[in-house]
Design a protein around this ligand. Structure first.
Ligand code: ADP
Length: 233
C-alpha cells in the first residue's frame, strides 16, 4: 500500500486570456515528502501554488487535498502556508513575534472568546520549534530577516498543520541564514513527519535540499526524486 496523497493534481491546466500558463500538470504529493517546485521566472510556479490553495480555479483538471476535491475541502488548519516575505505588511507594525504566531491560531479556535490553553501551548511549541522562544516579546521589526522568517514559519505551524507550503522562502536572506533555514525544514520533515512543499526559482540550492523535485516550465519538465534528477542532469 502506498502512502496517503496529501496533494493530488490531475491534469490541471490554467490559462490567462487564452495563454496556457499551466499545461496538464499532474502531481501526487505523498505524506512525508519534501518536494521542491522549481522553474525560471514566469514558468507558472505562483499560479500552480494559487491553484493548490484554491485561489485560482483551473480551466481543466482536478485538485485534491487530503483525498478530497478542493471544492469540498474545509480543513484548512491542516495546511500551513508561508507566503513570500514581501507580502507581509504586518512586518512593519509594532507587533511582537508571539502576537504574529498567535495569528496562526485564528480560524482554528474560538478566538473571539480569547485563546485557550491548547492555543497557548500550540503557540509556545511553534516558537520553540523554530528556536524563537526567547524572542517572543521582541517586536517583529527589531528582528533580522532570518529571524522574521522563522517567526512566519512558526505562525504557519501554530495550527499544527500536516502540510507546510512555502513560497520563495529564501529571497533576500544571506547564505548562512539560508543554511539554517533548510536545516530547520529538514528537521520538521524528518523528525515531525511534516510534509513540505517549497516553491523556488533557485534550482541549484533547492535540488540539494529536497527529496523530490518538480521542474516546471508551464508544463512539467521533470517530476521525480532529486537523485534521479541529478543523474539525468
Ligand atoms: P512564476 O511564479 O514561475 O514566476 P507566475 O505563475 O507568476 O510564474 O506567472 C506565469 C505567467 O503568468 C507569467 O508569464 C505571467 O506574466 C502570467 N500572469 C501571472 N499573473 C497574471 C495575471 N493576473 N494576468 C495575466 N497574466 C498573468
Amino acid at each position: 500500500m502506498s502512502a496517503e496523497t496529501l496533494v493530488g493534481l490531475d491534469a490541471v491546466s490554467f490559462s490567462y486570456n487564452g495563454e496556457w500558463i499551466l499545461d496538464a500538470i499532474s502531481v501526487d504529493i505523498k505524506r512525508g515528502d519534501f518536494l521542491g517546485i522549481v522553474g525560471p521566472n514566469g514558468s507558472g510556479k505562483t499560479t500552480l501554488l494559487k491553484t493548490i490553495l484554491g485561489l485560482l480555479k483551473p480551466d481543466r483538471g482536478v485538485v485534491y487535498l487530503f483525498g478530497q476535491r478542493l471544492s469540498q475541502f474545509r480543513r484548512w488548519e491542516k495546511v500551513g502556508y508561508v507566503p513570500q516575505r514581501s507580502e507581509y505588511r504586518t512586518l512593519r507594525f509594532p507587533i511582537t513575534a508571539e502576537e504574529i504566531v498567535s495569528m496562526g491560531r485564528i480560524g482554528r479556535s474560538s478566538v473571539f472568546f480569547g485563546f485557550e490553553r491548547d492555543d497557548k501551548q500550540a503557540i509556545e511549541e511553534a516558537l520553540q520549534v523554530v528556536g524563537m522562544g526567547e524572542h517572543r516579546k521582541t517586536l517583529i521589526s527589531h528582528l533580522s530577516g532570518g529571524q522574521q522568517q522563522r517567526v512566519l514559519i512558526a505562525k504557519a505551524l501554530a495550527s499544527r498543520p500536516e502540510l507546510l507550503i512555502l513560497d520563495e522562502p529564501t529571497v533576500g536572506v544571506d547564505v548562512e541564514t539560508q543554511g539554517k533555514f533548510y536545516e530547520l525544514l529538514r528537521n520538521l520533515n524528518r523528525e515531525r513527519g511534516l510534509t513540505i512543499l517549497l516553491v523556488s526559482h533557485d534550482i541549484d540550492v533547492v535540488r540539494k535540499e529536497v527529496k523530490s523535485l518538480a521542474y516546471l516550465n508551464r508544463r512539467l519538465v521533470y517530476y521525480g526524486t532529486t537523485k534521479e534528477f541529478m543523474r539525468q542532469d
